[in-house]
Each structure stands twice: as structure tokens, then as C-alpha cells.
Design a protein around this ligand. Sequence first.
Ligand code: SAM
Length: 258
Amino acid sequence: MVDDFNTAAELELARRLAASGRDPGEADRLARLILLFLILPDPPDCASLFPRFVELRRGLESVVMTGGAEELEDAFLELYAHLHMNEAPYTSDERRRLDEAGGYWNHAGGLRPILKAGPWIGPETVSADFGAGNGLQGLLLQVLYPHRKTVQIEISEQAVEIGRKICDWLRIPAERVEWIVDDVLNVPADGYDFIYLYRPVRPEGPGRDFYTRFAKEVESEDQPPVIFSIADCLKDFLSDDRYEIVYGDGHLTCFKPR
Ligand SMILES: C[S@@+](CC[C@H](N)C(=O)[O-])C[C@H]1O[C@@H](n2cnc3c(N)ncnc32)[C@H](O)[C@@H]1O
């Protein structure tokens, strides 16, 4: 699904990216994303939502023919971060609820979880992002590994509205993405094969109850999901006899059910 090369351009780009020591499968996926973002039209409401998109894409274009792995990656990361948006737009009510639950603001989880997820997502996978922002992470998972459904749970209604537009722009069929505008504290964690989360709430007070319940729900599944967690605080809530850590770099922790 993901590791067969589509074009000579992709192969050449993937080779250059892999020359820096990157895993070849991940280099291929990154090459696909880079080439896709070079050929897409400008995103919807580009001038107001993504005012630097055109400039940043030009920067990527200028290094894509001859740039080294690091230059390419940096240029693409800038474009990615711009699309991710640093700030989710919150209403005063959403902000109050976010603060009550010790919610984290909209920082980007980065490309590594997206590039590493390949082996864990198949066509029948149902994935979720708890605290999705505009859903870019889950949408890029759909781009690289088309799968049954991605569920995006996010407290900011406006971030979700932007996410729907990005989904359409990336030509992901709308039925593959479900958007839930709610507090993660209210949303069950069962029914998924792959869960991604970037510390939506702090593990204190109501946040502690969230992680306790989350761990209980995933562990009581017949087939518990693989979990990719950024700035992880689940480790203290999952039990060693149900989950093992298969990757950790201080930023991303990957849990696999035993
Ligand atoms: C650190 S960002 C992660 C964004 C994205 N998932 C990523 O990894 O790039 C955390 C996100 O969780 C959302 N969030 C914070 N508290 C929340 C809550 N109680 N319920 C739902 N979403 C929440 C924030 O609005 C923000 O979009």
C-alpha cells in the first residue's frame, strides 16, 4: 500500500531523504507528502487562513530539485506547521472548558508519528485523534494510508470547520472522516484500532480521570488499539501486561498491545 514507488520523481526524492539515515519506508512516505503538497491547488481561504502558504510552498519548490535531506525536511516542516496552525480558535465557552480540564493548546505533533504509523494502519483500520485541532494529523494518515475511518475529536468548533475544508482540499472522501466537537472527557476510547493523541489534557484533576478511564477502556477491548502518544502521560495508566512500548524518542511513544 505505502511502500511501492509511484514515480521516478518520488523514488529520487525518497533516495535523497533516505541518504540522511532515515528509514527507507519513512523516506518514501515523506517524499509522497512533499510531492503531493507541490501539486495541490492553494488551500481553501488561503489568504485568510494560511497567509504564508504560497511563500512557504515556493520555498519547498526551490529546494526540491537539488536540496539535501535536511533542507527538504525543514522546508516541508514549515509548510506543515503553517497548515497545522499554532492556535486553535476558541470561543470563550470552549476556552473555559479547556482551562477547567487543564487542556493543552494547539501544538503540532509533527511528522514523525505520521511517517511511523504505516505498519500499524491497514484498509480496515478505524483511527482516532483525541484533541485533533484542525485534524491535520489524522488527515495526513488518511492521505498516506487510506483506511476505513478517522475520528477527529476536538473541543474547538472553528478548528473542526477548518479541518473539514482541509479534508475536502486533500480529496479525502468525507465519509472516511468523522468529526466530533466535544470535550475528550466525554468521549469513549473504545472501538478503535489505532489511537493518536498529543496530551489533550494534563494528567491532573479531571485530566487524571480521563487517562484512567481511557486506559481502562482500551485495555478491556478484545483487540486493544495501537496507541501513538506525543508528550506521553499514558504510560503511568496502561498496565505492563496489556501494553508494551515499541518505540520512544522522548517526544513520541508507541504502545502495542501484548
Ligand atoms: C497539543 S494539541 C494536538 C493537536 C494535534 N492532535 C496534533 O497532535 O498535532 C491538543 C489539542 O487538543 C485540544 N483539546 C484540549 N483540551 C481538549 C478537551 N478537553 N477536549 C477536546 N479537545 C481538547 C486542543 O484544542 C488542541 O487542538
